[in-house]
Design a protein. Structure first.
Length: 458
């Protein structure tokens, strides 16, 4: 039994290392893209046009609500079923979700085309350089982009549930790199906003073709796709997924409230150029958020697999290691950025964007608090037991943006634009860990105490 247990741990460790390894590569690429993109866009388009583009670029985030959370719920259920070797259930979840996404996508596209025809877009967005017809073209392009991303997510889920999370991420990294190189070339040729949006769409479509080719290999013989697979789709399965799916839908709503709505407040109350300052400061500190996300994304399939095997002891060990790694990583990174952040910003933007101390250090404090609650959130999120946490997450984010709006309205100062986010972080922290205390049979303070211990082992 010890030999089997040791082998099992080695397999888990190998999957985690592979996932973390390719995740690190992805994050390095993300950092390079972020570092290069802001000065590149500023040089090619200027502050105002780039600020308007950033507002449009948030559009796909809002479309994630239309997924209704079914993709993630299906992937989690597929992973837990795969751990039990229940191939029939894996295929039911996969194909039922596939059909649902196609139907919802068709009606979403129709609705957006109707709205584009009647909404006064220029007056709503307060744009000066991007014309109305350009807005329509970019929004329609981003709608197709989102629909393809939905299919890509489900296909990647087929890789994830079979223990090949790293493979799915590596395919994503490949096309993100290709996309970035093409955008750099096109911006050097003064490409328009429509062309840049189209590049994102083409990259997503190529990734879709690659994933389709991947899942048709022999190692995925358990996966039934095509017409035969569609026959396995059922309304009963969709109803089964509805409860966790609707809870997943609250995640994108909370993310949109937390991350995107402040951009509209800043743009409409202060001006689009201040959106650039806000997003630039946030981008630097988001290196830490991406690190936390990397850890949790890599461990998430292992949570589902351990729960599917009814291995609660392994579940707890994975959870505590994720919390520790996220906290200490965020803490050390915050210390580094607290000292070097100003110089990074000045070098990065060539002095075109002023360093705002209050805004930047508010983001850093938010990063540390975020590391404490996000890993806790991911545990129940990964096993479809997250309904209550999701509701309280949205409520906390809603309170945060109301505070942000009131602060901006009264001060007209971007320095205080992140205070609402910080307050929402503290609210989420207290609620999420308390919910997990019952699930893990530990007290609130026991979980926090374990998090601060600098020790990592499975």
């Amino acid at each position: 039994m010890k030999i089997i247990s040791s082998l099992s741990k080695n397999v888990i460790f190998k999957r985690l290392i592979n996932g973390l390894g390719v995740g690190v590569i992805e994050q390095i690429l993300n950092v390079i893209i972020q570092v290069v993109s802001i000065p590149m866009f500023l040089h090619a388009w200027g502050k105002v046009l780039y600020g308007e583009w950033l507002v449009l670029y948030t559009f796909p985030m809002y479309l994630t609500i239309s997924d209704l959370g079914f993709s993630k719920a299906a992937i989690n259920s597929m992973t837990m079923s795969f751990a039990k070797k229940d191939w029939d259930s894996v295929n039911r979840y996969f194909n039922s979700c596939l059909v649902l996404l196609a139907v919802v996508g068709f009606f979403l596209l129709l609705l957006i085309m109707i709205l584009m025809k009647f909404l006064p877009l220029i007056s709503i967005l307060n744009f000066h350089l991007i014309h109305e017809f350009q807005i329509i073209k970019v929004v329609i392009t981003f709608t197709f982009l989102f629909l393809i991303h939905q299919q890509n997510s489900l296909l990647t889920g087929a890789l994830t549930c079979s223990g090949r999370f790293a493979k799915g991420v590596s395919i994503q990294v490949l096309y993100k790199f290709i996309e970035f190189i093409i955008i750099v070339i096109m911006l050097s040729m003064s490409a328009s906003v429509e062309v840049i949006a189209l590049i994102y769409l083409l990259s997503a479509f190529l990734r879709y073709l690659h994933l389709n080719f991947e899942v048709r290999e022999k190692k995925y013989s358990w996966l039934v796709i095509g017409v035969s697979g569609l026959n396995l789709a059922s309304f009963k399965t969709i109803r089964e997924l509805a409860s966790p799916a609707l809870a997943f839908m609250l995640g994108p709503i909370g993310n949109a409230l937390r991350n995107q709505v402040p951009l509209f407040f800043i743009s409409s109350i202060i001006g689009p150029s201040f959106v650039v300052m806000y997003t630039t400061m946030r981008t630097i500190t988001n290196i830490g958020i991406q690190f936390i996300g990397l850890i949790n994304r890599s461990i998430s399939p292992e949570y589902a697999r351990a729960f599917g095997e009814d291995n609660i002891d392994l579940l707890k060990k994975l959870y505590l290691n994720a919390c520790r790694l996220a906290f200490w990583g965020a803490f050390l990174l915050s210390l580094f950025l607290g000292i070097s952040g100003k110089y990074i910003l000045l070098f990065w933007t060539e002095g075109k964007i002023d360093f705002n101390y209050i805004l930047f250090y508010t983001f850093l404090l938010s990063l540390i608090v975020n590391s404490l609650w996000l890993s806790s959130f991911f545990l129940t999120y990964s096993i479809n037991k997250h309904k209550r946490q999701s509701v309280e997450y949205v409520i906390s984010c809603l309170i945060g943006i109301i505070i942000t709006f009131l602060i901006l309205l009264s001060t007209k100062n971007v320095s205080f634009a992140a205070i609402g986010i910080l307050i929402s972080d503290f609210l989420i922290l207290t609620r999420v860990i308390k919910i997990n205390t019952k699930f893990l049979n530990q007290t609130f303070w026991e979980i926090l105490k374990s998090t601060f211990v600098f020790s990592f082992k499975i």
